[in-house]
Each structure stands twice: as structure tokens, then as C-alpha cells.
Write a new protein. Structure first.
Length: 167
């Protein structure tokens, strides 16, 4: 049995070098540093084999892995290919909470699932709970989630997986 700190998941998620720093440093800086350190050959992995290829993601907090796995395969592929920095920043402002998560990634997952945008996400029938968990409509995590959404939307113009993610 693998130790609890080492998890194997699809490489499209394993590329996400984000998480909390145990050294007391800035979580966002740690996430960006981990992203910058990703080997170029891994970053260019063939997404056709992303479901079977695995990577050690022990440096990624379980809360982020869980949230990313809640996204569709098309969204994970889009993020792996086009929006890694934004996803890393989003992970850095995602925290575990009682029975789930709060912050950027839960909001991003909800917005992609419900297809809400901007103010419509604050509605209780779409992602109101997630917006509240991200610090409200003007919270830092809400702002970072908007950046991830904007990356996916921009990338949808030229990449099929990103366009599929928005359907």
C-alpha cells in the first residue's frame, strides 16, 4: 500500500504544482515556484495518454487534487495544456473545510458545472455557497477563480478541450 502522502492520479492533474508551504512562506509563491520548476518534457506530455500516465503528486494538497478530479476530463486537459499558472494560483487559495473545501477551486468547479458567470454565480441556485466560501463576490479567491475562468474561455477559441470544458 502506498503511503498516505503519495497519491497517483492522471498526469494532467499531476502537473499542477500547487499547495501550501510548511515553511511559513507565501503559499502563492510556493505554488508559482513549483509550477516554474515543472520539467518541460512533462509539461508537453501527450494528453491522449493522460488518463493512464501517472505522476507523484505528493506535494499537491489533497483538497486541490479532489477539486480538480471533480472537473471533467476536458477541463483537466485544458488546464494542463493552457492554464497551469492560473490553476496553481487557484490551488494556493483553496483550503480544506469541514467536509469539503472553500476558496478558489470549489468556485471554479461549480461555475464550470453550472455555467454561471460573474454576478450570476452569487445566486444561491448556482454557486452562492461557493462564492461565500471564496470570500464573497470581491474576495481574493473569487478574483483568482475569475482568472482561471478567463484563461479557459480565452483558450477555448483555439483548443478543443477548453471549448468542450465550457459546454
Amino acid at each position: 500500500m502506498r503511503d498516505a502522502m503519495t497519491m497517483m492520479i492522471p498526469i494532467s492533474i499531476g502537473l499542477l504544482g500547487c499547495g501550501s508551504s510548511t515553511s511559513g512562506g507565501n503559499d502563492q509563491d510556493a505554488a508559482s515556484d513549483a509550477f516554474d520548476a515543472a520539467p518541460a518534457e512533462v509539461a508537453k506530455a501527450d494528453v491522449a495518454t493522460a488518463d493512464t500516465a501517472t505522476a507523484d503528486v505528493s506535494s499537491i494538497p489533497a483538497v486541490c487534487v479532489g477539486q480538480l478530479m471533480a472537473m471533467t476530463e476536458a477541463c483537466r486537459t485544458c488546464i494542463a495544456d493552457q492554464c497551469m499558472r492560473e490553476a496553481s494560483d487557484c490551488c494556493a487559495v483553496t483550503t480544506a473545510s469541514d467536509g469539503g473545501a472553500d476558496g478558489c477551486l470549489p468556485l471554479a468547479v461549480c461555475a464550470l458545472r453550472t455555467k454561471c458567470k460573474h454576478a450570476s454565480c452569487a445566486d444561491p441556485s448556482t454557486c452562492g455557497k461557493e462564492v461565500d466560501g471564496a470570500g464573497g463576490p470581491f474576495g481574493e479567491a473569487t478574483n483568482v477563480a475569475a482568472g482561471l475562468g478567463a484563461c479557459i474561455e480565452t483558450s477555448a477559441k483555439s483548443m478543443a478541450s477548453c471549448a468542450e470544458c465550457l459546454k
